[in-house]
Structure formats: structure tokens, C-alpha cells
Design a protein. Structure first.
Length: 305
């Protein structure tokens, strides 16, 4: 694992700890204590919807690339990947493990599964960036204050860098023929035979579940955000999670929430409480991944003679 990524993840967690220590801890504890069992259950259900839909999107993407994955297997592997993404440095370790675990399903090793994972994640990130861009465009019309020029630049740069990174990964060390093949695969996965419809429906459903969990967490911790938060501040917090540092978006997500919540009339402490609640609920929701990992380890354990 890249040492720089580990260092960046540790630094991000240190920044998060510093943010929390500089916050009004009494107010933060009061906000965190407000969450009800109804909100917890609702969020955990949405996390399951999120993971299952993501698994089905991955299964569809893999099938379009010639690798057939059983429905239960896809769901099982996505639980494992979701849990590892939130516990390993960089936030993408689970996706790498998902591709590696699929390497023996089809001839060619890990390359085809890795491509399916990249395309599947690309589908979700396109939806994230589209909603974030929409939020930037409509911000002055639906919020109390205009988004500062500095914040606009930061968000635009973050989105642009993410898109360029994805394209660079896909095109790295590819010849003209390989790029032509890649274009054909992209068409197969995203366009041909109504692939765009399946990708759009699942990606919108997954994005709605992400936003739903964050919005419920915000309301449950006392933020009382208006519905426009679902088009503005919440998508921006989710985009901040895509920065490949930290563990599962911890640190970057909280910093974004604390900066953006006051723009809708809420306090920074409320933003921090909502983000922390979102984080632990997402982790608990992905916890079945531990069970699936343990089951595989148990089956592979040598038996006593």
C-alpha cells in the first residue's frame, strides 16, 4: 500500500481530531444525543438499499464486459468492499479487494474485474458530480446567501481533478487500439441496449439513499435543514468524501459540513454532528461485510486431522 496514502490518511484523521477538540464539545454531545431509534433504523435501512443497488449496478456492468456474477455473490462482495472502503486508508481499498477477489471467475485474472469496478464507480461519480454541478448552478436562487467565490473555486477544482484522475487511470499506458477498445467498452456499459437507463436508474437510487441518510442524520441531530440541502450542501459533503485520503471520508466530510452548514442558517457544530452520525451509521450499515469476510476465513482455515 502506498506509504503516502497512509500518511495522508493519518494526517486527515489528526485534522478531524483537532476539529472536534476545537468545537464546543457540550453542544456536540447534545446534538449527537438527540438521534432517535427511528432515525437510526431508517438510516440503516437506506444503507442496505444503497449497498444492494450498488451491487446490482456492478453486476450489470460486469455482465456488459463479459463477466457474469451471481446476484448473491455480487451483494456479498459489495458488503465486504463497502466495509473495507470505510476502514482502510484512502477510501478505495475495498474496491481493490473486490476486483482481486473476482480474479479467478473468468480467464484473464484481475484486469477485467478491475475494469468493471472502475466503470461501476465511474457511474456513481458521474451522478455525484452532476448533482453537485446542479447545486452550484442553482445555489444563489434557493439559499439565503450566495456561495462565496472561494468555495465555488474549491468545489469546481475538486470536481475537475476527480474527473481528470478517473480519465487518466482509464487511459494510462494505452495505445490507440486500446483506447478504441476502451471506447467500445464504455459504449457497451453505458449506452448500448438501453444500458444508460439501468445505469441512470440505479445511480439515482443510490445517490438518493446517500442523501437520505445524511438528511435524516442532520434532522435527527437538530440541524433542521430545509429540503434544498439535498441539492446543495449535502451533495458537496458527499463529493468531499471522494478525495482519496482518510478512512471512509472521515475528516474531509466533516470539514465540508462545518463550512457549508452555516450557509443554510445552521451552526458548524450541527454540521459536524450530522456528518459524524452519517459516518457511524454508514459503517454500521456495512458491518455485514465483517460476517462475510469471517465466513470465508473460517471456510479456508485448515481443519485438524
Amino acid at each position: 500500500m502506498n506509504k503516502l496514502r497512509i500518511v495522508a490518511s493519518v494526517v486527515t484523521l489528526a485534522v478531524l481530531a483537532a476539529i472536534i477538540l476545537r468545537t464546543d464539545l457540550a453542544a456536540l454531545n447534545q446534538s449527537l444525543a438527540r438521534i432517535s431509534w427511528g432515525a437510526i433504523i431508517g438510516c440503516l435501512v437506506l444503507v442496505q438499499v444503497q449497498i444492494v443497488l450498488s451491487a446490482l449496478r456492478w453486476r450489470f456492468t460486469s455482465a456488459r464486459l463479459g463477466q457474469n456474477i451471481g446476484r448473491f455473490k455480487a451483494i456479498r462482495e459489495y458488503y465486504v468492499a463497502s466495509f473495507l472502503n470505510q476502514t482502510l486508508p484512502g477510501g478505495v481499498g475495498g474496491d481493490a479487494v473486490r476486483a482481486w477477489r473476482m480474479r479467478s471467475d473468468e480467464p484473464g485474472g484481475w484486469k477485467q474485474p478491475a475494469k468493471a469496478v472502475v466503470f461501476e464507480r465511474l457511474s456513481g461519480q458521474i451522478a455525484f458530480f452532476a448533482l453537485a454541478a446542479t447545486g452550484l448552478a442553482i445555489w444563489p436562487f434557493i439559499t439565503r446567501d450566495d456561495l462565496s467565490h472561494q468555495m465555488r473555486y474549491i468545489l469546481i477544482i475538486a470536481i475537475t481533478v476527480s474527473v481528470i484522475t478517473i480519465i487518466a487511470v482509464l487511459l494510462k499506458k494505452r495505445s490507440g487500439a486500446a483506447i478504441s477498445t476502451l471506447n467500445g467498452e464504455l459504449m457497451q456499459v453505458f449506452v448500448r441496449r438501453k444500458a444508460w437507463l439501468f445505469q441512470a436508474v440505479t445511480s439515482v437510487g443510490i445517490l438518493a439513499s446517500y442523501i437520505g441518510v445524511f438528511f435524516i442524520a442532520a434532522q435527527a441531530t437538530g440541524s433542521q435543514l430545509p429540503w434544498v440541502a439535498c441539492l446543495t450542501v449535502i451533495p458537496f459533503c458527499l463529493v468531499a468524501m471522494l478525495i482519496p485520503t482518510g478512512f471512509g471520508g472521515w475528516g474531509t466530510r466533516e470539514a465540508a459540513a462545518m463550512a457549508l452548514w452555516p450557509m443554510l442558517g445552521a451552526s458548524s457544530v450541527d454540521g459536524l454532528a450530522a456528518s459524524i452520525t452519517y459516518g457511524w451509521l454508514s459503517l454500521v450499515g456495512a458491518a455485514p461485510g465483517i460476517v462475510f469476510l469471517a465466513a470465508v476465513a473460517f471456510r479456508k482455515r485448515p481443519r485438524d486431522a
